[in-house]
Design a protein. Structure first.
Length: 574
């Protein structure tokens, strides 16, 4: 038995079972035989036009279902399509004059309606989830349960072998309730399709869009047809023909989808060339071939235990991603829309192409991730230093400075009590001068550690209070306060630059300009001195550059010989 099963379902893509040639031929032959039977029954019942549409649905769904089953064995969608085709054939048994066949056909007459609902809601994986599963189960129970109930009450004439009592009025009511309930369930299915499409938040590929539209249109047509059957509205036959024609569009759209996927696979050659020559991010090429604008390539960095994108930034791995493994361990992943997973063969081909150029992209992402880590570490070091300087400034202000002020006051009291001893009074006076000098130096040190005026009044006031060694032009255009780290960095750029003007520039004047440019703070200091400043010599400007770059900013220096010096810093402040 197991050997026969293996022959009927040989291993397919990803270990899934592909139907064997024998099984495909058997099902195709059965579909042709069922079509011939339906035409024979229709000829006897004078229903050839109607039978033609049923045969179209039967053959279209069975043959397209076999194709889907073969191409995508991991999805139950193909098998469901085959079942829909044979379900349409079973409903034509109601045209038979044989009581047994007539009874079977009537009992299953509306089952095909639920099969349509089932296959449309199960696209593309062939499985139902949540609300859709409950909806389809209710529909199956309604179509079979109420249909059998109506038949036991004597519905559908004397050929009904299930008639137990002859209650035509009750049978008519039960059948009407059945049709209205199924119509409401079909419209609910249309709502689920609309919600799913909106929730995808993705411009669907052409084939998928055609399929979903055909599904929704088919369900609406079925709902209208059932309501017309309840109300006995004229034109039922015409609407039925239109409905059957619409329902037959779904397999056509599916064939177009397979052709679209084949054309996409034909573009893999261009993808290979583009991946080998692409200097940067591979995601745009993948999005183009997969026809999925959300597709992107992610890399797994075990040293950080994190997924990152091309720029080395941490990224979240979606549930629909396709992993690329080496030695059983993930090295990369193609993140894509869940609908792309149905095109397994296309994904496998794209994965094979990506593996050829994966190492270079992964190395670039790893380097960028390491660079981001270094930048983050440097920013943390600068922030820690800023906090420590602020603590020291506060300790000096509240501790040593206050004690020196207290000592100066005590010396004043002592000097007042000395009376007529000139030598003692002179010694105390000298001590007071030394205390005052120490207090001034301590305040200068504290101000150098962290400018208190900056935290109290903001950058504009702090810059105005910076002592200038030469006449200074100030141009400050700031709207309110900026982040503290940005204000501190900008303040020290101004202070260090003006210190260099006084020490090295030999300038007669200087200018300081601070203004906002979008989400960046621009700080410019220029002088008319001798120029020739070299950022490679000395630690002042280099330290400023480190401080600015740690915040994600840039610092540039122009200093031609004899042409003065210009320092420009740009700091992000958004």
């Amino acid at each position: 038995m197991f050997a026969a099963a293996r022959r009927a379902y040989p291993a397919g893509i990803d270990g899934q079972k592909v139907p064997s040639r024998t099984l495909r031929v058997a099902l195709a032959s059965a579909a042709v035989a069922a079509a011939a039977m339906s035409l024979a029954l229709a000829r006897a019942a004078d229903r050839l036009p109607q039978a033609t549409l049923f045969v179209w649905i039967l053959l279209a769904y069975v043959f397209c279902g076999l194709l889907a089953w073969t191409r995508r064995p991991g999805s139950a969608f193909g098998r469901l399509m085959v079942l829909v085709g044979f379900g349409a054939a079973l409903s034509t048994l109601a045209w038979s004059s044989d009581p047994v066949l007539f009874t079977v056909g009537q009992a299953l007459d509306l089952l095909v309606v639920v099969l349509f609902l089932h296959v449309f809601l199960a696209f593309p994986a062939g499985r139902l989830n949540g609300t859709a599963r409950v909806l389809v189960l209710i529909a199956y129970g309604t179509s079979v349960g109420l249909q059998l109930t109506a038949m036991t009450l004597g519905a559908f004439g004397p050929g009904n072998l299930l008639r137990i009592v002859d209650a035509p009025t009750a049978a008519t009511v039960v059948h009407a309730v059945e049709l209205v309930t199924l119509s409401a369930l079909l419209l609910a299915g249309v709502g689920l399709l609309a919600v799913r499409r909106k929730a995808d938040n993705l411009p669907l590929r052409r084939s998928v869009r055609w399929l979903v539209d055909a599904f929704a249109l088919g369900l609406v047509s079925l709902a209208v047809l059932l309501v017309m059957g309840v109300l006995s509205v004229p034109g039922f036959a015409l609407v039925q023909a239109v409905t059957l024609g619409v329902l037959g569009l779904a397999p056509v759209a599916f064939l177009v989808g397979l052709l679209d996927a084949r054309l996409a696979r034909a573009a893999l050659g261009e993808l290979m060339v583009e991946l080998r020559t692409a200097p940067g991010d591979l995601s745009p090429a993948l999005a183009r071939v997969l026809r999925d604008p959300t597709a992107r390539l992610l890399y797994w960095l075990p040293q950080y235990r994190s997924w990152v994108d091309h720029d080395g930034a941490p990224a979240e791995l979606p549930a629909s991603a396709t992993l690329i493994r080496r030695g059983g361990e993930p090295v990369a992943a193609i993140a894509h829309h869940p609908a792309v997973a149905a095109e397994r063969d296309l994904l496998d081909a794209v994965v094979a192409a990506v593996e050829m150029v994966l190492d270079n992209g992964r190395l670039r992402a790893e380097l960028k991730a390491g660079l981001a880590e270094v930048r983050g570490s440097r920013a943390r070091v600068v922030e820690a230093g800023r906090r420590e300087r602020r603590r020291l400034e506060r300790d000096l202000h509240d501790g040593a400075q206050q004690r020196l002020v207290g000592l100066s006051l005590r010396l004043s009291l002592i000097e007042a009590r000395l009376g007529g001893d000139p030598a003692a009074r002179e010694a105390v006076a000298e001590a007071r001068v030394e205390v005052a000098t120490s207090l001034t130096e301590l305040r200068d040190i504290a101000r150098g550690l962290y400018p208190g005026v900056l935290s109290a009044h903001g950058l504009a006031v702090a810059v105005e209070s910076v002592p200038a060694p030469v006449p200074l032009r100030l141009d400050v255009r700031l709207d309110g306060r900026l982040p503290e780290a940005v204000e501190v960095a900008a303040y020290y750029v101004v202070c260090e630059s003006l210190t260099n003007v006084g020490r090295h520039a030999g300038a007669s004047s200087a200018g300081v300009c601070l203004h906002s440019d979008g989400d960046r703070l621009v700080v410019e200091i220029e002088d008319d001195g001798v120029g020739g400043a070299d950022t490679r010599l000395g630690s002042g400007l280099r330290g400023l550059a480190d401080r600015v770059e740690a915040l994600g900013g840039t610092l540039r220096v122009w200093s031609p010989a004899g042409g003065g010096t210009r320092v420009r810093a740009e700091l992000p402040c958004g």
